[in-house]
Each structure stands twice: as structure tokens, then as C-alpha cells.
Design a protein around this ligand. Sequence first.
Ligand code: SF4
Length: 242
Amino acid sequence: MHLDPHPLAHLDPRERDRLNQVTHACYDMARRKLGSAMASGHERGRRIAMRLMDEAVSTGQELQRMSTACKPGCDACCHLRVDATAQEIFGLIDYVAEHQGAAAMQRLHTRVDTFRAAMAGLDREARLRRNDPCPLLQDGRCSAYGARPLMCRRHHSLDAQACQAIKDSPEIDSNRPASAVVDMMALAVLGAYLDEGAAHGMERTHWDLVDGLHEALNDPQARLRHESGDPAFVHAMSAPTA
Ligand code: SF4
């Protein structure tokens, strides 16, 4: 999943101004709420950010009177690459450990290792051209749905068939069919989470999700580094900063 930095570029200037106002208001509101949450810790901030993202996506859809094409069992977007903060990556692992136990953790280990083996030696661009299923995808559903990262939560689609075509043809460069308004509101929440987190000492790097899972699961020092405020991962690939 890519962050499109200019989802409003095709709109006429007046419409763009109106939407910019909406998204600025969304960003300000999210920063206020995240400011109080982060004061109680980065984990509290992550949990509030997940809720704010869900609210932003659903409010944006209501504003647009948009009916989403996303349905349970449609997993095309879970074949695209995802980036996440270290806080989100440890949140996913903790969710699986807490809700699904040791056998699920072992399965996750195995899937992450298999996925990583398939990516060995590939650079970021080459990885983006492979639409392998996320290691957390199980029977067409996210096995850690309650803790999925903000980039997964922001995903929405106007056309499931187009998503399927993108999944089936990773070599073709095309954007998913999404609402610019919903995208802008979601980006506002994501930006507020990263900015407010950074203001409270949270590492704001976006890591390749599977690299981060791999390092977190295999190197006990990763969590210690994260908890002491250092970059959590040494080997994981990070996303370019916008
Ligand atoms: S974390 Fe869950 S929602 Fe996100 S890509 Fe993986 S399976 Fe899909």
C-alpha cells in the first residue's frame, strides 16, 4: 500500500480548498486527542490512533455518501506491501500472543520466515512488484484484525474488481480506486499520529511490516531498543520519508 501524497491533485481548486479545510480540521482534532493519549504512553496513543483512523474513514465515507466495495473475505489489499511504526508492529505481535496463544505465534513465525525467504535479496521496488499474501492473512481474513496498522485501516475501495486486478497484475502501476476525501482524512490522522508521537518521543519511522515482524520475533533486543527510545530495528527496511 502506498501513501499517495497528492490525492487531491485532480480536483478543481475550489473543491480542493474545501477539502483541505476539512482535512486540516481532522488533523487538528486528531492531534488534540492524541496529545492527551500520548501523555499516558505510546501504546495508549496507538490505540486511540486506531480508533481515530476508523472514525475518519467512516466519516469520510458518510460525507461522500460512498458505499465501500470492501467486504469480508475480499483480501486483495492484504497482498500489497504495508509499512508500520515499531509501536504498531509490537502491538500486532502482542495481540496475537494475547488473543491466540502459543500455536498462533509459532504459525506467525513460520509464515514470516517463509515470506522473508521469498523476498531475500530484493530491493524495495522489487518487493513492491510482488503481491505475496501478508503473513497475518488467514483464510481470507486478517488474523490480527483488531490490531491492524493504520495503513491497513485507511484502506478502502470503490471497486473490488479493480483491486483484484491490481493484486493479479503486480507489474502494472495503478492506483486503487479510492475516495480522495477519505484518503485525505485518513492521511490527516496518520500524520497527526506520527507528529504527536514524535513530540512524545515515539520513533516515527515506517518500517516494512514483514521485516519488522521478523526482527521483532527473532531479536529480543529489538523490543528493548524500542522501549528505551532507540530505533527498534537494525536490519528491517524502512519506508522513504515523505
Ligand atoms: S496486517 Fe492484516 S489487514 Fe494488514 S495487510 Fe496484513 S492481513 Fe491485511
